[in-house]
Design a protein around this ligand. Structure first.
Ligand SMILES: C=C1C=NC(C(F)(F)F)=NC1=N
Length: 215
């Protein structure tokens, strides 16, 4: 996938695991979100109530197959072994995880996304060969309990002003009311969790976000 294809894939990026779906079946939520137009999916089975072991792998395999059927890139959060086992299209790692270059070495040809909270971390990820950056938290988030301090879209502007042209997605508390400034700040797309996963209709939530970021 070249840089422009990756930018297009980052447009509406659903990050989700079973704890983010309320009482809904994560498979059904993902199916609806795909129908609503999400362009990439990250399997992030974390937080209270997250599945573990065989149940986690089984859910991951089902969601992976669904993404393959609809040609939606499937990314795994943090875990290299799971990314390999599920034959994921890529992995997303934090700054504290192994350098992106080492991860790519082990996960041949996979997309490697790296979290960045400021221009220094963005520069470090670029130097390590990250394929895209996840920059946040943009706004207060209910999902990531150990999220760093809210920096807002201004941080995306600072990273772009620092000369970093890498594909970049904003994440953290993004919903239909605040998505536009993230794109205006220079992000190629938005990553959302609750705005779609916890919506009454994930399909309509995705469709609404799609209209807003492509206005
Ligand atoms: C902590 C994270 C930061 N950014 C992203 C993404 F949006 F995918 F780039 N995913 C994460 N899990």
């Amino acid at each position: 996938m070249n840089s422009q294809q990756l930018r297009d894939a980052l447009r509406l990026y659903l990050v989700m695991g079973s704890p983010n779906c309320g009482r809904a079946d994560p498979y059904a939520v993902l199916e609806a979100a795909i129908a609503g137009g999400i362009t990439m999916f990250q399997f992030r089975e974390k937080g209270s109530g997250a599945l573990e072991g065989p149940a986690k792998r089984e859910l991951g395999a089902r969601l992976r197959r669904l993404c393959a059927q609809h040609k939606v890139p499937f990314i795994v959060n943090d875990e290299e072994g799971l990314a390999l086992e599920l034959e994921a299209d890529g992995i997303h790692i934090g700054q504290e995880d192994a350098p992106a270059a080492a991860v790519r070495q082990r996960l041949k040809n996979m997309i490697v996304g790296v979290s960045a909270h400021d221009p220094e971390e963005a520069q470090a990820a670029l130097a390590e060969g990250a394929d895209y950056l996840g920059v946040g938290p943009q706004y207060a988030t209910r999902t990531k309990l150990d999220a760093r301090e809210v920096r807002g879209p201004a941080m995306i502007e600072r990273i772009r002003q620092g000369g970093i042209r890498l594909p970049l997605v904003g994440i953290g508390g993004i919903d239909a009311t605040n998505a536009a400034p993230v794109i205006q700040a220079g992000a190629d797309g938005i990553a959302v969790v609750s705005a779609i996963a916890a919506a009454g209709s994930p399909r309509e939530a995705a469709e609404k976000l799609w209209r807003i970021i492509n206005r």
